[in-house]
Design a protein around this ligand. Structure first.
Ligand code: MV4
Length: 456
């Protein structure tokens, strides 16, 4: 087992990794930017190293600075968390070259999944259902028109280097295809430095369902069930839950079998998430694989009782998975609400100093946060302040626990999305489980009345 792990991240997820390391008796090294000197992840790590100025590009994305910090402190492994360098095959490669273990999949697997067109081909070969679409990048209007005619409108153009919704274009008729293709290519080039795009059938208001997978270095694979992630705004998830009301036990077993076979086919190791779209008929289609720990991993931990971060560390250290698929059980229902520092009406960021912070616990409540009274929510990083996760014997109990937790949450000094979450939890479609990626369209941002000039 590792003796010391460097955590190449900040905020709640850096703390989350520290918790796992403490339980495993592993020493921790925090890295931090000049903006994060007084953060809890720095206070609770055994050692800490400043890696640069506030701007992410100069600190949390600075591979030489992070590798130097690992070498200076003698860390055996790096946990990248989510975001930042978590899906960087480059960091994984540099780690390998420096004999530091990267806690994640092999660099080649990260690269494969990072190219959405290649990932699609690999999944097709492994027997995973896909939406009809191009078998690789589409580089001309002529080819795009041919594919679209073949698969039928509407179609969606996606960046091969994309993910998370950037560089996507929905096209409803041949007349719009050429313009959309060029725009998507230009956006993809600007955002990712790679302009390649592919094309597939567009589904209206599907569910977004993802499966959690673990694979060790001895050929063992398990899935930990699914998360329902349909409640999103501008491709940021707001509420996640497990299980999804969209799956029967039979479909869950079928999809679970498919993702485990697919993980084996690409020699996937460590934790991964297989994302799917599900249409109104319950048919499901592969979308992409995320090769990192995800923000919403706690809902899976709550229903399975498995500590995904500890499993990641054990797997990276070469240990075998300590349980078989038949030993994975799903108990009750879990929901996560992401509390962001943002205006609940306009969704504008609301960084600043939190003067009061209190979230009640009680049965079935978990809070993952870096926040405390008098802490700062920096404008430099993403606006996630806290994740509240509730668990209950059934969905109703999980919802009731979330409602009473949100109602008794006190966060003063900044505005947060907590009121928006109460609206979502009270929505008849949410309560009935009628979810789709269009769910949040009815909660459109509106400027504050009488404050139009300021709201821009
Ligand atoms: C789609 C889709 C419909 N059909 N692909 C959004 C994020 C990126 N990973 C892919 N996304 C979508 N791909 C096809 N073929 C709809 C979306 C989508 C979406 C997906 C999940 C959650 C929220 C979403 C919001 C808008 C669009």
């Amino acid at each position: 087992m590792f003796k010391k792990i460097l955590i190449a991240n900040r905020g709640e997820i850096a703390l989350r990794v520290i918790l796992a390391c403490r339980e495993l008796g592993i020493r921790t090294v925090a890295v931090y930017s000049e903006a994060d000197e007084n953060s809890l992840h720095v206070r609770f790590a055994d050692e800490d190293v400043c890696i640069g100025p506030a701007r992410s590009a100069d600190s949390y994305l600075n591979v030489p600075a992070i590798i130097s910090a690992a070498e200076i402190t003698g860390a055996d492994a790096i946990h990248p968390g989510y975001g930042f360098l978590s899906e960087s095959s480059y960091l994984a490669e540099v780690c390998e070259a420096c004999h530091i273990r990267f806690i994640g999949p092999d660099p080649n697997v990260i690269k494969l999944m990072g190219d959405k067109a290649r990932a699609r081909r690999a999944m097709k070969k492994a027997g995973v259902p896909l939406l009809p679409g191009s078998d690789g990048p589409v580089d001309s209007e002529e080819k795009a028109l041919k594919w679209a005619k073949d698969i039928g409108y509407p179609v969606i153009i996606k960046a091969v280097a994309g993910g998370g919704g950037r560089g996507m274009r929905i096209v409803r008729s041949a007349a719009d295809l050429g313009g959309a293709l060029r725009t998507a290519q230009r956006e993809a080039e600007a955002a990712f430095g790679v302009g390649d795009v592919y094309i597939e059938t567009y589904l209206e208001n599907p569910r977004h369902i993802e499966f959690q997978v673990l694979g060790d270095h001895h050929g063992n694979f398990v899935h930990l069930g699914e998360r329902e992630c349909s409640i999103q705004r501008r491709h940021q998830k707001l509420v996640e839950e497990s299980p999804s009301l969209g799956l029967t036990d039979k479909v869950r077993r079928k999809m679970g079998g498919i993702v485990v076979d697919a993980a084996r086919a690409v020699q996937y190791t460590n934790a991964g998430t297989f994302e799917f779209l599900m249409d109104q008929d319950g048919k499901f289609y592969f979308m992409e694989v995320n090769t990192r720990l995800q923000v919403e991993h706690p809902v899976t931990e709550m229903v399975t009782g498995i500590d995904i971060v500890k499993e990641q560390i054990r797997i990276a250290a070469g240990e075998r998975l300590s349980f078989k698929q038949s030993e994975v059980t799903f108990t009750g229902h879990a929901i996560e609400c992401r509390i962001n520092a943002e205006d609940p009406d306009t969704f504008a960021p609301s960084p600043g100093v939190i003067h009061a912070f209190s979230v009640p616990g009680g049965p079935g409540v978990r809070v993952d946060t870096f926040a405390h009274a008098e802490c700062t929510v920096s404008p430099y990083y993403d606006s996630l302040v806290a994740k509240i996760i509730t668990h209950g014997r059934d969905r109703q109990e999980a919802i009731a626990r979330m409602r009473r937790t949100l109602e008794m949450t006190v966060i003063e000094g900044i505005r947060t999305s907590a009121p928006l979450h109460l609206k979502i939890l009270g929505d008849p479609d949410f309560v009935a489980g009628r979810l789709g990626t269009g769910f949040m369209d009815r909660f459109a941002a509106r400027p504050r009345p009488g404050n139009l000039a300021e709201a821009v």
